[in-house]
Design a protein around this ligand. Sequence first.
Ligand code: NAD
Length: 487
Amino acid sequence: MNYVIGSYQNYVGGEWVEPKSGEYKEQYSTIDGSAVSKCPMSGLEDVEVAVEVAKLAFETADWANNPRKRSKALLNWAAKIKENINELATALSWQVGKPYKESFGEMMGAIGYLEYYAGACRTLYGSTTSIDEYTTSILVREPVGVIGVIVPWNYPITLLMRDMAPALAAGNTCIVKSAEQTSGITMKVIALLEGISEFPAGVVNAICGRGSLIGNALVKHQDVDMIDFTGSVEVGKDIMGQAADTMKKLSLELGGKSASIIFADADLEKALPYALKSIFTNAGQLCTSASRILVEESIAEDFIARLKTMTEALVVGNPLDQATEMGAMNTPVQMETVLKYIELGKAEGELLTGGYRLLESGLDKGYFIAPTIFLNLPFESSLVQEEIFGPVLCIQTFKTEEEAVHYANGTRFGLAAGVWTKDINRAMRVSRKMRAGTTWVNCYNRLMPECETGGYKESGIDRAGGIEGINKFTEVKHVCIDYAPGV
Ligand code: NAD
């Protein structure tokens, strides 16, 4: 059978290899349910081989000690993605269900991370300090070793590169474990490595299969030195527990329930389109989605009425149609989860718009939900407190700055926040009070390679992006030199 995205084996040691079990699984399009790719269902033996290969490459290949070569390798990979960007973006839309222009943006994001870390890896400085007349201490950054990179399905390529590019740039070797739903597109990007001579065999390995089996095996493996995980809080917690036995380094980038605060003096001409995009991009399947809006009471009526009109004008449909502004849920399971939250919301609050699955014009073959807004949900409602990961926005009102801060910080998450005001003092005050890894002022979702992102509270541990995003893939070694004369 011909698959739109392709049929792949595992990529280990620079070669395509059959999973030991011989088992494969198809992935289905979110647009019409058709099979679009086929990837291995790997087992524990496949993990063993991949780890052995990655360890050997770390110890023997011309990689860990050659930053110039690493830089060139990353730049060449970026160039290959650029050359094939239209085909890759189309494949991504088929697999994930996001509109083509968002898929294109995702590929550009991946290129951005590769290029940024290609530069950063040549300036991965340590430091020195003079301790006394005859002692100098050198602090050197060294690669950690073998990194297990575990990726979710919602931004499978940008997130792959956000985490793997710095891991490689720092001199590590990697084993990628893609999400089951999106292995096809991941392997299509991995396949571009073929022919890039700067990548020694075994530096990048990618295996496909179930998270609870092969992801878990990577987490527990003695020879995997670090796990870089992006995904749900629940799996993140499980990984944290499982990693204790081998005392692995961990980076956990987890879920969120972020709030954007709209003060009465905000520039609504800018805030409204941002509010729309910050929840309905990728149909709400974005960790930093502003799935809560807190709007000051005095402007709430006008703000809500205008946002409702804009929401109802959104074009929802086939991601490959140029006009489409919002696409599909990634799986039927995800769609059902979101619909359950919607039913609960109808019982607990006021449905402003949306609140149903879209079935007309052939959309019944995919998993489409109308953009949905709820008002006046109680603060303790699970729609306000939990990550829905769908096109569902909860709007609440506030009277004072203190109340807005209290509501914004009032969940177990702490990934991101937004503040909209023309008052610079208030912007500074409130952004400093946000218990979140990122606060956007008069903008939202400006994610970029140069800048760190990550979670407070249950949204995670450590940072991705920026210099912190490469430093975490290093160990700091203290070399102490004593040059006192002998007596
Ligand atoms: P998930 O936690 O179900 O899965 C993520 C990855 O972990 C997948 O590759 C999966 O196969 C693997 N996995 C599952 N069980 C595992 C286990 N026991 N051990 C090791 N690996 C295992 O998450 P998802 O549904 O793919 O992604 C959605 C979640 O990811 C949302 O909560 C979202 O907010 C979060 N996310 C966070 C960020 C961020 O940067 N903070 C970015 C994107 C997505």
